[in-house]
Design a protein around this ligand. Sequence first.
Ligand code: SF4
Ligand code: SF4
Length: 358
Amino acid sequence: MVMSTDTAKKFVSFESLPDFLARLAQESRVYAPRREGRAVVYRLWGPDDKAEFTARPTESCKQVIFPRSEALFYFSRGGEGENPDASSLILQEAPEPGPAVIFGALSCDARGFLAFDPVYDGCGTGGKAKDVYYLKRRELTTLVVRTCKTPLNTCFCTWVGGGPASSEGADALMTEIGNGWLFEAVSDKGAALLQSLPDASEEQRAEGAASREAAQGVFPQPADIKDAPVSLRALFDSAAFWEKQTAQCLYCGACTYLCPTCYCFNITDESNGIKGLRMRSWDNCMSPLFTLETSGHNPRPAKFNRLKNRVGHKFSYYPKIHSGRFSCCGCGRCIKSCPSSVDIRKIVLDAIKEAANV
Ligand code: SF4
Ligand code: SF4
């Protein structure tokens, strides 16, 4: 719930931050970015960990709310040994996840969850088919977003309605000032998380506002992509355009697995003897197996069909049914980590230009 009253602003010095995290960790699982070799990844925070709040995380934090692989329920058949009783199937729910805090997330990643929310809330079924697994984790997770001051040349959050200190999708914001962090509650969940902290002074509040404004200044000016939905639809049947854009793609799937707004999954049963579990795992629409039907027919047999779907979904089909919101938060990970230098920004801009000449 978004706060209706004046937002609470608090301050924590750098040296006191581990104590604050330790207090949070007594009540919740706390995830914070941590450096591991050359990568920065979200991990469960422990008192011996040094959180990394400068470099951009290599991965997004989506796996905290949408795990890479999760048990939905466990099953077993009655009976013993060689004579299981097939008529008595016993189901057991997966344990509840419990509260969690994602601490120091990027604003693009927080906005990524906004692409998930309506879909997993059953928007396509009038709210009837809700995804209880996602919704429970979402409800139990508090997102603390840090102002980002270090855009990479692959970042384009400002193209898609975001920015380095966007509060969309966040419960609280944290901004580095002087010798510590200014915290600002955005939702009631965020206010509850921050309530034990000392209030920030007027000077610290002003410093925070100036720091957020300065961050805005180092981010790229947004390109005008408002025509993308119409342009991409106009090029739906242009195989030549899509083959050219896809020529380098290896359909490795790195772009989908790293994407904070990709929400497709697969369901599998893993069994061992008479016991097992039903689980869901992230899926990857760049793989030819993604749409392979049992008959052997594949509606997206070529890689250009699949890249067209990925880009079209994010910049055309999704915004068409979700009030214009792009299903891309501009994090740039698909660009940075693509082994073939496929650049989704270029595809969208090329599509707008090409459609104008059709
Ligand atoms: S990361 Fe690049 S090469 Fe791999 S599937 Fe995505 S666009 Fe293709
Ligand atoms: S499509 Fe690329 S830039 Fe957009 S949210 Fe996904 S990974 Fe980030």
